[in-house]
Design a protein around this ligand. Structure first.
Ligand SMILES: Nc1ncnc2c1ncn2[C@@H]1O[C@H](COP(=O)(O)OP(=O)(O)O)[C@@H](O)[C@H]1O
Ligand SMILES: [Mg+2]
Length: 319
């Protein structure tokens, strides 16, 4: 395997929650010791229920949040060891696309101003900016005339195209897309997913694609990491993972998504209870209170990821 473009080692993020003057602070364990290696040019899907720590992981990788501990190595460089100017240079190569671009597009600015911001911040000369603006707005399927409009003049799908254009302005190497189609109608979702795939080919992009929606992740990813309460519980090639999910949590998630192939029969597994609070996670395997296959050891010992048929799975059922 070639060297990964991005490696994450033991990434952990705890948020402290203040309780009151005389009470001890408690912590939300949003992300807990995650290891990942992302290959150049691939799409790594990250899937899991809302609240399992996907966005926090994405933000820690981009250093929009400072992790509590752990390392991020991007293009061979440990981000922690970078000086301020080096960190700024690295930011050019890593960009984020958000779920709801309307929240992140300043309503008072014209699209051309919004898209120029990253160019100005990174010192791109004025003479090159207009060309980049016109080129990029067309690449995402809009036209030059749209540059002089305001965010409210666009539909949800068009706004996401603008969000993607903004992420592309500096021609990054890695894009972290956090629920980029979750706020869109299904018909628009596939247009945006196709656009992301075309752009990946054209610009040799690497994606980390975050979603709670397994069918969207299935459509776009090469490999998939399944998260539960801040941890990766299963990781593998998309084909194998969807054909033979090993972790009971992945099996349950998969059983709840609609099947397109009528020959593909599976029984729906209904999980007991809700996702426990990350401020008070259960001991042993964090999934054990909801697991249909739970046995004694699961309540006491936390399983680690191990290789089973070239998939990684953290579950005592596999030894
Ligand atoms: N700034 C914050 N302060 C305290 N808790 C937070 C903060 N951001 C996220 N959390 C908590 O961390 C957990 C993971 O959140 P998040 O990463 O947004 O999950 P996801 O993206 O998978 O829905 C949740 O329990 C959430 O409430
Ligand atoms: Mg999120």
């Amino acid at each position: 395997m070639t060297t990964p473009i991005l490696e994450v080692k033991g990434l952990t993020k705890r948020f402290s929650i203040q309780k009151g003057w005389f009470q001890k602070n408690s912590y939300v364990h949003a992300v807990n010791g995650i290891d990942l290696a992302v290959r150049k040019g691939e799409t790594l899907g990250i899937v899991g229920e809302s609240g399992c720590g996907k966005s926090t992981l994405g933000r820690c990788i981009l250093r929009l949040l400072t992790p509590t501990s752990g390392e991020t190595i991007f293009q061979g460089k440990n981000i922690r060891s970078l000086s301020k100017p080096e960190l700024k240079a690295m930011r050019r190569d890593m960009q984020m696309v958000f779920q709801n671009p309307f929240d992140t597009l300043n309503p008072k600015l014209m699209i051309q101003q919004i898209l120029s911001e990253p160019l100005i911040a990174h010192g791109i000369p004025k003479k090159d900016r207009q060309t980049l603006l016109e080129e990029t707005i067309e690449i995402v399927g809009l036209g030059k005339q749209h540059l002089l409009r305001y965010p409210h003049e666009f539909s949800g799908g068009q706004r996401q195209r603008i969000g993607i254009a903004r992420a592309l302005m500096l021609r990054p190497k890695l894009i972290i897309a956090d629920e980029p189609v979750s706020a869109l109608d299904v018909s628009i979702q596939s247009q945006i997913l196709n656009l992301l795939q075309d752009l990946q080919e054209q610009f040799e992009l690497t994606y980390i694609f975050i979603s709670h929606d397994l069918s969207v992740v299935r459509h776009i990813s090469d490999r998939v990491a399944v998260m539960y309460l801040g941890e990766v519980v299963e990781f593998g090639d998309k084909k194998e993972l969807f054909a033979s999910p090993l972790h009971p949590y992945t099996q349950a998630l998969l059983s709840a998504t609609p099947v397109s192939d009528p020959d593909e029969k599976r029984a729906r597994i209904i999980l007991q209870g809700d996702l426990p609070s990350p401020s008070n996670p259960p001991g042993g395997c964090k999934f054990h209170p909801r697991c249909p296959s739970c046995f004694d050891m699961c309540k006491k010992v936390s399983p680690t990821l191990q290789d089973v048929n070239e998939q990684l799975v953290a579950c005592h059922l596999y030894g």
